[in-house]
Design a binder for this molecule. Structure first.
Ligand code: SF4
Length: 82
């Protein structure tokens, strides 16, 4: 699969010029899930979670977000593709 994820959160470690996400995988969740789960819950653990309904697009977020310059870039086992 040649997938492209577009993102405009430019203070994330995985953000790249051109509004691209260069994480090799991400976990997208409902806002409620994101707000109630610890930061180590991420893309590599996705298969174990039960899907949830967001209700509308305002209720979703990206759990792969890692602030640029953060020392937490290896905490979730997601790597940058380039
Ligand atoms: S990991 Fe999430 S917040 Fe970071 S660039 Fe990718 S989609 Fe955006």
């Amino acid at each position: 699969m040649n997938q492209h994820i577009h993102c405009i959160v430019n203070d994330c470690h995985y953000y790249a010029t051109g509004n691209k996400c260069v994480a090799n995988e991400i976990l997208v969740a409902t806002d409620n899930f994101g707000a109630t789960q610890p930061d180590n819950v991420d893309a590599t653990m996705a298969k174990q979670y039960t899907p949830q309904q967001a209700g509308n697009c305002i209720e979703t977020c990206c759990k792969t977000y890692v602030p640029k310059g953060s020392k937490k870039t290896i905490a979730d086992n997601v790597t940058k593709m380039s």
